[in-house]
Write a protein that binds this ligand. Structure first.
Ligand SMILES: *Cc1c(COP(=O)(O)O)cnc(C)c1O
Length: 355
């Protein structure tokens, strides 16, 4: 029986996508060839890349606009450096909400001056700072929309005249936002879009060309824009599976429809965390809770092994919290069915009844 997979990443993708992907490994588009053995310049693969790039823009409501979508390599971690390399001339403002933001700040500091506008580091990132000021005349403002490890999510974005750069790795395509507010969005595929190996980057074209340094070809967004995301051999399988997932999302009714489902899943789990006396949430302010990654723990360590036995019996996978915070983390990405959350809630209730 298939597991209820709450893994934080790489994580669950739609079952139908796994099936189509495995078929394409054996015989892609009835070519009697595997997708893994054809040229990335072939008509069939170029069409995959174009479809994937278009679907990404379509889902974000940015098609027919001055945005370009790219599928790059090096993970979201490479974007920590690339964003700074391409956009940071003098100063940039960063909001520090977790491990990933901190890593982005570290890379940017190699390139220029970083102003940390606010940080929740002192409280082990258990809330999202608010009421900070973004100084005038910064080259850009960088934030992380969803903090995968700590289970917090930005539910409001600041109004700023600076271009807004956002790491949306773990909540891309999960909720409706005004994506036009962002000048650059990046997301490693393996949280909500596809397999590891590619990163979606969506860039507003006019923010490029403002820095004076020479940029190595592979790190230069312009290279990849000019070459339509085919400057070098792209990660063909990751892009293909991401395309399938975006098509699945479109068939489901797009972000609007999936957002309702995600809200339902998150509400169900958080209500149980709040109701069940054996558990407590790990985010300080309820308003900052993530709809994608819910972090919680047992009130008493004594029940740990009993709970873990029940989880195993129920076929629940990937619930262990990140080592930097402990406890449990239920990742409820787009492809996780409501049914899996129901099973988790029942398991929490079983523990309560038998404790
Ligand atoms: C997982 C994650 C990353 C790191 O992604 P890689 O693709 O492994 O480099 C960065 N940011 C966020 C928000 C993440 O969840």
């Amino acid at each position: 029986m298939k597991k209820h997979n709450f893994s934080a990443g790489p994580c669950i993708l739609p079952q139908s996508v796994f099936q189509k992907a495995s078929q394409a490994v054996l015989n892609f588009n009835d070519l009697d060839l595997s997708i893994l053995e054809i040229s990335h310049r072939s008509k069939d693969f170029v069409e995959v890349m174009e479809t994937a790039r278009n679907l990404a823009l379509e889902h974000l409501g940015l098609q027919n606009s001055n945005y370009t979508a790219l599928f790059l390599q090096g993970g979201a971690s490479m974007q920590f450096l690339m964003t700074a390399y391409n956009l940071l001339e003098n100063k940039a403002a960063y909001l520090n909400t977790g491990t990933w933001s901190s890593k982005a700040i570290k890379e940017a500091k190699l390139i220029g001056e970083v102003i940390e506008v606010a940080s929740s580091a002192k409280d082990n990132f258990n809330y999202i700072p608010k009421n900070y000021t973004i100084p005038n005349h910064v080259d850009y403002f960088h934030c992380t929309s969803n903090n995968t490890i700590f289970g917090t999510q930005m539910h409001q974005f600041p109004d700023t005249s600076a271009p807004m750069v956002c790491d949306m790795s773990s909540d891309i395509f999960s909720r409706e936002l005004d994506f036009k507010k962002f000048s650059l969005i990046y997301a490693g595929a393996q949280k909500n879009m596809g397999p590891a190996g590619t990163t979606l980057v969506v860039i507003k074209n006019d923010i490029l060309g403002r820095v004076s340094r020479a940029i190595p070809s592979m790190l230069n967004y312009k290279t990849h824009i000019e070459k339509e995301s085919m400057f070098n051999t792209p990660p063909v399988f990751s892009v293909y599976v991401s395309m399938l997932t975006m098509q699945w999302l479109k068939d489901k009714g797009g972000i609007k429809a999936i957002a309702k489902q995600n809200e339902k899943k998150a509400n169900l789990l958080y209500s149980e965390i709040d109701r069940n006396p054996l558990f407590k949430g790990l985010v300080a302010n309820k308003e900052d809770r993530s709809q994608m990654n819910a972090t919680f723990t047992l009130e008493s360590k004594d029940l740990e092994s009993a709970f873990e036995d029940y989880l195993k019996e129920a076929g629940i996978n990937g619930l262990k919290g990140h080592r930097s915070i402990g406890g449990y983390r239920a990742s409820m990405y787009n492809a996780l069915p409501l049914d899996s959350v129901e099973v988790l809630v029942e398991t929490m209730q079983t523990l309560e009844k038998n404790a």
